[in-house]
Design a binder for this molecule. Structure first.
Ligand code: ZN
Length: 629
């Protein structure tokens, strides 16, 4: 149905296009904005862009690149990457333009303007350590321009006119014919140049939103396609040093997405879904913000290339599962702030607990529900989320944080949407199942909301909690008002008791940088080094290998550790998994200590969530409804 409709729209559009030439209706308001990018003969890491909006009847026009893009909850300022912004009249003479802020240009005598040209620098090149929260766009929302790879998050290249916010877009991308390309955007046609060396592909976007919602990869890609139910999955991998292939990840992606489809049931309608994976080798000019950004029919993922395949596959499951579940929210269920998003001065919805929290909850819960992981592993994930959330402000109203997410102190608590946000989803899930004798759940509620609202119909930000309460039970309203709108911390024991679980002290699995959520390093500002803290004694891997508190880390797998790259190095270490060979060089009072070996699972003493052996049959059956359906 969706395909059929778009073909109809398309043919009308073609007719409109041809007719416009003879009828001389070249007005900007009645034509698609014609845009083009050239990836041919790029010598300075800059992509030339041409924007042809058609004829304006206005005197002044404002053209902008996005300050903020959807799904990122931080300021990106894509206008900062634009150079040589110029406008020309129909005779080819330059028309005056004025830059009015980081992202906006004012064009005087707009009625004379034929086209605008500028060049775009990539964002990966400018990334300092730690993509999140820095001055740069979050890597999965960013852009890359290098001879063998182009990450075309199109909002980094193409902007919008204030007066033409609802215009259609036509986009020509010219690239060497040898390049592979991948995108879920609607493709109109491809034309090969006379000598065969370049190919121009024409794409179509019904509105600016579709420009921002359809990233592209061009270049030396490894692409695998497979079918999950009725969805075609296209997995495009760029591994700069050819460490990983799409084929090696295909199996785990297939198993995961099949389980997701089963979990979601009838909710999903996408015929094609693209996964773009950029593997960063950590060198200069490579992206530093690991993670992913969701779109309606695709996701861009950035992860370290150095990860062994097992660790990479596991990260991909966590990350892509999360992005794919965004199909439910905010892509289907969302408020007016999301629907009528202003890329320059956005307002933010109060309901990040739903968009990010519930999404992350689904991304973890489906794994145990569909048998991909054990109950023990799921409980461990919940414990990690509880511990990590305690490092942030547990009394901050989630709705207030959400609405003010660009400002402090809210911005630095944003990360809690993946921690406490997911736990909020869990509590509502348990309550829903308790109230309905296992008949309803967090997912069934989201499906009801998706039926009531959906992709084209936003909900009212201020009344949705009352509405959810009316659709469900007073206890759900009470929970949301007390712990999500209100500032009262959640007593998780209360919810675990309902399902016959309890906390205990035990040896638990941990990673190589933390004990149960607490970092085992501290910076020494006098020597300018980073040292293992006292806590290293409780991290079995390091302790068993003789590492002592106060040992300073000199290098990790050949990279010299500094305050500048610490975030990146520790992120890589966080993703280490047993079986990987590592080499860490330490400085112990001037003497070098080398740890050169294969990683083994590390343990620490911590709080563990376990079934209560005295649980009643009622508690056990609620637990089974929750974990097994
Ligand atoms: Zn998300």
């Amino acid at each position: 149905m969706k395909n059929f409709l778009s073909i109809l729209v398309l043919s009308v559009f073609f007719i409109g296009c041809t007719a416009s030439k003879t009828a001389k209706n070249d007005l900007a308001i009645s034509n698609p904005i014609e845009t083009s990018l050239s990836l041919v003969n790029i010598t300075t890491d800059k992509v030339p862009v041409v924007i042809n909006p058609g004829r304006f009847t206005t005197q002044t026009e404002i053209y902008r690149l996005p300050r903020v893009v959807q799904g990122t909850y931080s300021v990106s300022n894509f206008g900062k990457y634009v150079e040589n912004f110029r406008a020309f009249d129909y005779k080819g003479n330059e028309v005056e333009t004025t830059k009015i802020d980081d992202n906006s240009w004012s064009i005087s005598n707009a009625s004379q303007v034929d086209k605008i040209t500028y060049e775009v620098n990539d964002t990966f090149d400018t990334e300092s350590s730690g993509g999140i929260g820095g001055d740069n766009p979050f890597s999965p929302a960013g852009t890359n321009i290098e001879p063998t790879n182009y990450v075309l998050n199109l909002h980094g290249f193409i902007g919008y006119f204030d007066t033409l916010k609802n215009s259609q877009y036509k986009l020509d991308v010219t690239a060497p014919t040898s390049f592979k390309r991948s995108s879920a955007i609607q493709e109109l046609q491809s034309t090969v140049s006379a000598d065969g060396s370049t190919t121009t592909t024409t794409y179509f976007a019904p509105r600016y939103f579709d420009i921002t919602d359809n990233p592209m990869f061009y270049g030396d890609l490894d692409v695998e396609e497979f079918i999950v139910g009725d969805i075609k999955i296209v997995l495009s991998v760029y591994s700069p040093n050819k460490v990983h292939t799409a084929a090696a990840l295909k199996e785990s992606m297939f198993t995961m997405m099949q389980a997701q489809k089963k979990y979601l049931g009838a909710i999903n309608t996408t015929p094609r879904y693209d996964i773009f994976l950029y593997l960063s080798d950590g060198k200069e000019g490579s992206p530093k913000g690991n993670g992913a950004l969701e779109h309606h029919t695709s996701t861009v993922v950035v992860l370290p290339e150095i990860s062994p395949i097992e660790g990479l596959a596991k990260s991909m499951v966590d990350v892509v599962a999360h992005e794919f579940f965004h199909i439910v929210s905010p892509l289907s269920v969302h408020s007016e702030d999301v629907h009528y998003f202003d890329y320059n001065q956005p307002t933010f919805s109060k309901h990040l607990w739903m968009y990010e929290g519930v999404t992350e909850y689904f991304a973890q819960h489906f794994q145990v529900f569909e048998g991909l992981i054990t109950e023990d592993d799921f409980f461990a994930t919940l414990m990690t989320k509880i511990q990590t959330s305690m490092g942030m402000d547990d009394t901050m109203s989630f709705t207030t944080m959400s609405e003010n997410v660009l400002d402090q102190p809210y911005a630095s608590n944003y990360y809690n949407v993946y921690q406490k946000g997911a736990l909020i989803g869990m509590c509502i899930d348990i309550l829903m199942r308790e109230e309905s004798n296992g008949q309803r759940s967090m997912l069934s509620l989201m499906k009801e909301l998706s039926g009531k609202y959906g992709k084209n119909k936003p909900f009212n930000d201020d009344t949705i909690i009352d509405e959810i309460t009316q659709m469900t039970y007073p206890s759900i309203g009470e929970f949301l008002n007390k712990h999500v709108v209100g500032t009262t911390p959640i007593n998780y024991s209360e919810f675990f008791e309902k399902v016959g679980l309890e906390f205990t002290e035990a040896n638990i699995k941990t990673n190589f940088i933390q004990n149960d959520g607490v970092l085992i390093f501290s910076p020494n500002t006098i020597s300018g080094t980073i040292e293992f803290s006292e806590a290293v004694a409780q991290n079995s891997f390091w302790n068993d290998n003789g590492v002592l508190p106060g040992d300073a880390i000199k290098t990790v797998n050949g990279t010299t550790l500094s305050f500048v790259n610490a975030q990146q190095v520790f992120t890589d270490m966080y993703m280490w998994s047993p079986g990987t060979k590592i080499k860490v060089v330490l400085d112990r009072n001037g003497e070098e200590v080398i740890i050169d070996r294969e990683l083994t699972q590390s343990y620490t003493l911590g709080k563990k969530l376990v079934p209560n052996s005295n649980a009643t049959t009622g508690q056990v059956s609620l637990r089974e409804a929750w974990l097994k359906g």
